[in-house]
Design a protein around this ligand. Structure first.
Ligand code: ACO
Length: 328
């Protein structure tokens, strides 16, 4: 049976660095509080004239160059994002136009928050296996700074802007590339992490702006507890489905939300931290961009070798979650 492989990876993070020290001048916080509670030291912030699609395009160009594939050869383009350029149309259409992906390509966004990249990867994988498409561009891109309440110290210290992308192609060899995914969602916890206004439930109004309803609201403690539980469960299920034990996984790339969540996950799975990739100290939580950004860094740093088994694992607003197993 043929396989779907990641033929190229790329990422982009905006130039501007916002440190914990900078934040301590904006809200009542400190580097010590942020670092000990989250593991974050700094994050990147997009320029005013940089939209989500601009970050996505730069990451995509890097992934296409890595795969040695031209944008004109892409027939499926999926952007996972929680901070689209506009509510309508999808950011994927802006990306298509800026990249030069042809008009016959299928282009759409998916919204699964921080699990978005794994959701998009699963869709791309499935579509390539059906032979309906040949080359897919899967992007996770976020300008979270545009939906962050810079007056709310409980959330603004956590998020950052970035994008990551992969190119998927099909190869005749079996048992390589994406080996499988396990995704899920539990809408019971939807209100623990959401943006209250700007949708059909609470359309934009003067009141919604005065209430700061267009920014992320989060019950951090509840999200924390759910995150550790669902990521461990889905990671275990993924390994069991493939008859694998944690010592056979070369590298775990978890969603980069909080070092304490990642350390708890690693301890529960009994995976040593030197086999867990962490870069949230430099980028914060970049939602759907976090896993492809980490994957790109890990690979360029020589942490991923041919034949390695990698487990990508995420959770996000929804509460969505997922795990994807890859043989590089
Ligand atoms: N600086 C200083 N003090 C702060 C700050 C801050 N930035 N933020 C909160 N505090 C205070 C609180 O007011 C509270 O004070 P109190 O005890 O007087 O009431 C105290 O610090 C402790 O607050 P907690 O919320 O209990 O702190 P906690 O240890 O839970 O850490 C955190 C908070 C970092 C948000 C943690 O709960 C967390 O990481 N949760 C998960 C968040 C997450 O992963 N979100 C991303 C989801 S992915 C997606 O879809 C976007």
């Amino acid at each position: 049976m043929a396989s779907v492989i990641i033929a190229g990876v790329g990422s982009y993070a905006p130039e501007k660095v916002l440190t914990n020290h900078d934040l301590s001048k904006m809200v009542d916080t400190s580097d010590e509080w942020i670092y000990t509670r989250s593991g974050i030291r700094e994050r990147r912030i997009a320029a005013d004239d940089e939209a989500c699609s601009d970050l996505a395009v730069k990451a995509a160009q890097s992934a296409l160059a890595d795969a040695k594939i031209n944008a004109s050869e892409i027939d499926l383009l999926i952007v996972a994002t929680a901070s689209p350029d506009t509510p309508l149309p999808s950011t994927a259409c802006y990306v298509q136009h800026k990249l030069g992906v042809p008009a016959h390509a299928t282009c759409f966004d998916i919204a699964a928050a921080c699990s978005g990249f794994l959701y998009a990867l699963e869709i791309g994988y499935g579509q390539l296996l059906t032979n309906r498409y040949k080359r897919a561009l899967i992007i996770g891109a976020e300008k979270l700074s545009s939906v962050t309440d810079w007056k709310d110290r409980t959330t603004c210290v956590l998020f950052g802007d970035a994008a990551g992308a992969v190119v998927l192609t099909k190869v005749p060899q079996p048992n390589i590339g994406i080996l499988g995914s396990d995704l899920g969602a539990d809408g019971e916890f939807a209100d623990n992490l959401y943006i209250p206004a700007g949708g059909s439930k609470c359309p934009a109004s003067q009141k919604s702006v005065e209430d700061r309803g267009h920014f992320i609201r989060m019950n951090g403690r509840e999200v924390f507890k759910s995150a550790v539980r669902v990521m461990e469960t889905v990671a275990r299920e993924m390994m069991e489905q493939h008859n694998l034990t944690p010592d056979q996984i070369s590298l775990v790339i978890p969603h980069q939300a909080n070092i304490r969540i990642i350390e708890a996950l690693a301890a529960n799975l009994k995976v040593p931290m030197d086999r867990v990739y962490v870069n949230l100290d430099r980028y914060g939580n970049t939602s759907s961009a976090s896993i492809p950004l980490a994957l790109d860094e890990a690979r360029r740093a020589g942490r991923v070798k041919p034949g390695d088994l990698m487990l990508l694992v995420a959770f996000g607003a929804g509460l969505t979650y997922g795990a994807t197993l890859i043989r590089w």
